[in-house]
Design a protein around this ligand. Structure first.
Ligand code: F3S
Length: 81
């Protein structure tokens, strides 16, 4: 009997880590940009903006965690699937 991967949570594709930015909480401390410029930029008002769609490649996971843990406003969260 064939086994289908359809509908499984353990399929061959895993979206991996994602970083999320709550722009309402951001107060422009810019630690995220200083620690992870591959993931964050700042706009003309000094507020953080996410680069890309929030996907974090494995080589940037440590920087994403560092940015999240160093934001004094708790504006950055990480999800890992
Ligand atoms: Fe904003 Fe926190 Fe970065 S306050 S600029 S998200 S360190």
């Amino acid at each position: 009997m064939a086994v289908s991967w359809c509908g499984s949570n353990f399929g061959p594709y895993s979206p991996g880590m994602r970083v999320h930015l709550d722009v309402e909480k951001c107060q422009g401390h810019n630690r995220c940009y200083a620690l992870a410029p591959e993931l964050f930029d700042v706009d003309d008002y000094g507020q953080a903006v996410l680069l890309g769609d929030g996907s974090v490649t494995p080589d940037l996971e440590d920087k994403a965690r560092l940015a999240a843990s160093n934001c004094p406003e708790y504006a950055i969260t990480i999800t890992d699937s």
